[in-house]
Ligand binder design. Sequence first.
Ligand SMILES: C[S@@+](CC[C@H](N)C(=O)[O-])C[C@H]1O[C@@H](n2cnc3c(N)ncnc32)[C@H](O)[C@@H]1O
Length: 319
Amino acid sequence: MPEYLAFMPQARQEEVRALHTVMQRRLRQNKKGFRLFREPYESLTGIQARHLSLADDVVKIGDRDELSPDERQLVYKAMRRFMPWRKGPFSVFGIDIDAEWRSERKWRRLEPVLPSLTGKVIADIGCNNGYYMFRMAAASPALVLGFEPYLQHYYAFKSLNAMAGLSNLAIEPFGVEDIGLFPETFEIIFLMGIIYHRISPLGMLKEIRAALRPGGCLIVESQAIPGEESVALFPAERYAKVPGTYFVPTAVCLQNWLRRAGFTKVELFCSHPMSSQEQRRTAWMTFESYEDFIDADNPQLTVEGYPAPRRVYFKAFKA
Ligand SMILES: C[S@@+](CC[C@H](N)C(=O)[O-])C[C@H]1O[C@@H](n2cnc3c(N)ncnc32)[C@H](O)[C@@H]1O
């Protein structure tokens, strides 16, 4: 049963346990799609890092000399099975994993404005492989629970944390749609790279607010279009080649969504254009990346002719 519930007296515990049980049963299925990522995770049983480094740009789990050559090869093979790596960088027993996103840049923008994470109960919605959760762990939170429904990322995190052995980090293959099971539970919620993928962004923000304890803090990061008007782009199909993109707001539009969802002290603390410095193809992510999503003749536009994305960052509170 999930041990993290001990930190969540307000959560709908019976329902969380029931969902956890259903999900774990599903994950144990013998179908290829489940084995694909479960097997590399299981192959790492017994590999435990002695040294961790979480406070610098590269999340380091174990030093090179902690493993025999055969064990290192095992870890390398398992890590390659989780390709394409979207978030990083990581160094795992000296194996450097250069991910598509330079996630340390986002963390550097966030870190100066974060409330203290020490001793806090935190959710990271859409946590991917947990890069930011490992960075949070440097501040000794009571618990960070990652929500990540995609099995590739779920098992990448499980593998990394099996080797790292951090008991205050946990993950569930839950989606943001399950956040209603956690009323007044979290002191801090991270919602990064999610909002433009939701059909009902305002409804989601209200549910997220309900999951915060009174006084709790939300950190939102999102794609945004440039402009001063309170409007959102609704792409005909894809935006920057990404399917499942619904509303891409301007910064002021997202600010208004947050206010009308009931948040207070809504503060835009960072805004910047996207670039191929920050999102690019690497040896661990060999597919198309930012430069393929943008009009080659006009970097102000996506390949579909929409305004090219910026990234915006907000901090907001539940009174
Ligand atoms: C654009 S990435 C952002 C990852 C990370 N939060 C960041 O800011 O770098 C979106 C993440 O949300 C996950 N995701 C997809 N559907 C989701 C859902 N319904 N609820 C929560 N996360 C979801 C994806 O698998 C992916 O890891």
